[in-house]
Design a binder for this molecule. Structure first.
Ligand SMILES: [Zn+2]
Length: 287
């Protein structure tokens, strides 16, 4: 579906020339061990280019991947239909809406309308596309487009419009709430496949079809650990700034950091192709 791209050279040589770029050794070690042992960045220049990209994540880059022009129509109409679907079910419910239930609702409510064949095929292509083609190098916890979040497994967090998993996330969030009090807020919890589709495709839409740019700040559907228990926290009253580097200036960030809660999914200068996300709490430190 996307323009072919030269195979990326990854990080066998990572431990050699990159300390000077400010990457912590433990991140390097984990990266090489966990994600792409055997691959290599051929030069320091390649690494510098990579870091430039994730530091300037919101700007287009010369080798970014764009949506093919012949798929643009299906892409745009999918975005619009997903927006209508979210409006129909409400933001809270949309967080946990499954793919199949979403299709059914769209078909049954004329203000959303049935997903067309070309929209479904577009969504399938996006879901099963290898994130590495965009430059997204994280794991894929949600394997199938039809994977379900079961209502019995989740709990709605009052006043947030967000849900957390009963068995893995709520306990950590409750502990954080108890220790930090009312100044901490849950900014994003569980996101099922439909929600991640809309978030990712909205970003692609705002970036004129740039899949790589979008994937530097939003995981493609299937690749988000919000489907698997991770959640985002913020400082009350900080609004959209909670999703920027300014979050690190807040009391909430300082306290979470001191208390050891910030086992980050996307640390500074990570090698997963993703910007620094100090607000994103990793639930299972092993994955
Ligand atoms: Zn997050």
């Amino acid at each position: 579906m996307v323009k072919s791209m030269k195979r990326r050279h990854l990080l066998k040589a990572l431990g050699l020339g990159c300390i000077g770029f400010g990457i912590a050794p433990e991140i390097l070690a984990k990266t090489v061990r966990g994600y792409f042992a055997g691959a290599t960045y051929s030069t320091d220049g390649g690494l510098k280019d990579y870091l430039h990209k994730i530091h300037n994540f919101n700007h287009p880059h010369h080798d970014d991947l764009q949506i093919d022009s012949n798929l643009y129509g299906a892409f745009e109409s999918t975005v619009m239909r997903l927006r209508r679907l979210q409006k129909l079910v409400g933001h809270g419910n949309f967080h946990i809406l499954n793919f199949s239930d979403g299709l059914l609702l769209a078909r049954n409510y004329s203000k959303v309308g049935r997903f067309t064949k070309s929209e479904l095929s577009f969504m399938e292509t996006i879901f099963y596309e290898d994130g590495q083609h965009y430059g997204f190098l994280g794991q894929k916890p949600i394997k199938e487009i039809t994977d379900q979040v079961k209502k019995n497994d989740v709990v709605k967090i009052p006043y947030s419009g967000n849900y957390l998993y009963k068995d893995r996330s709520i306990e950590i969030f409750e502990r954080i709430k108890k220790e930090l009090g009312d100044q901490v807020v849950l900014t994003s919890g569980i996101r099922n496949v439909m929600k991640q589709f809309l978030l990712f495709l909205n970003k692609v839409y705002d970036s004129n079809g740039n899949l790589s740019l979008a994937s530097r700040s939003l995981a493609p559907p299937g690749y988000s650990f919000h489907g698997n228990g991770d959640f985002d926290v913020g400082q009350v009253g900080y609004g959209a700034l909670n999703f920027t580097g300014r979050f690190t200036e807040t009391e909430v960030y300082k306290k979470l950091s001191e208390r050891g809660y910030l086992k980050l999914r996307y640390p500074q200068d990570n090698m997963l192709g993703v910007r620094y996300e100090p607000w994103h709490i990793k639930i299972n430190a092993d994955v």
